[in-house]
Design a protein around this ligand. Structure first.
Ligand code: NAG
Ligand code: NAG
Ligand code: NAG
Length: 185
């Protein structure tokens, strides 16, 4: 009987650990990529000769993975942002797609650039169009020494992160070879 109980506990534990690992992988993948807009057909805009509209933005605050000073100053800005924009009791952004609300993604602490454009750690905000004029100026004035990338999400992932992006502070290198759908407009 005891053995049986112990056996089930172990199975439960393994199940929990397995789910936790899956969730971590899911979160890592989801925070690491641009917002997907699968309905955007860039060929329509190519045919018209006009660029696709910006559907939302991301603000990314870069920091050096495993460097405690860099981590703590970046997280201080994140906390300040969360408080200023009243996001203390709201859920983090979920998944890869349009969020429909201002939200902060789970922090990407360990990025190595293998599977996404960021070559170090960063925390990021999903910015619906109507929040741009409030969030971007706030970050301009409050970022301190943090290096910030603001990029649009239009479906053209590469252009969004390169030619169409804004930087505050220093520009960090990006691994644009990582984009799955090489959507340069
Ligand atoms: C992604 O690539 C596929 C295959 O080349 C293409 O059909 C699709 O339109 C692309 N998606 C976008 C958003 O451009
Ligand atoms: C960085 O912080 C972690 C967690 O608080 C700590 O374990 C580690 O010793 C710190 N590293 C350095 C180099 O201070
Ligand atoms: C946060 O909430 C307070 C109190 O409701 C409000 O006065 C303030 O404007 C809000 N801040 C933002 C950035 O929306």
């Amino acid at each position: 009987m005891l053995d049986k109980v112990a056996f089930f506990n172990m199975a439960d534990m393994q199940n929990i650990v397995f789910r936790l690992v899956l969730w971590c992988v899911f979160v890592a993948v989801c925070t690491a990529h641009p917002t997907k807009y699968p309905d955007v057909n860039l060929n329509v805009y190519r045919a018209k000769g006009t660029p696709p509209p910006f559907l939302s933005y991301h603000i990314h605050c870069m920091f050096v993975a495993y460097n405690n000073d860099s981590i703590s100053s970046a997280l201080k800005l994140m906390e300040k942002f969360i408080q200023h924009f009243n996001l203390t009791n709201t859920k983090p952004c979920e998944g890869l797609y349009h969020q429909g609300r201002l939200c902060v993604f789970d922090v990407d602490y360990t990025n190595t650039g293998a599977t996404d454009p960021f070559v170090s750690a960063n925390w990021a905000v999903f910015v619906p169009l109507e929040w741009y004029a409030k969030t971007v100026p706030w970050v301009m004035q409050n970022r301190g020494d943090q290096d910030i990338l603001v990029h649009p999400n239009s479906g053209a992932e590469v252009s969004d992160h390169t030619r169409w992006a804004l930087w505050m502070g220093d520009k960090w290198p990006l691994n644009s070879a990582s984009f799955t759908n090489q959507t340069v407009f």
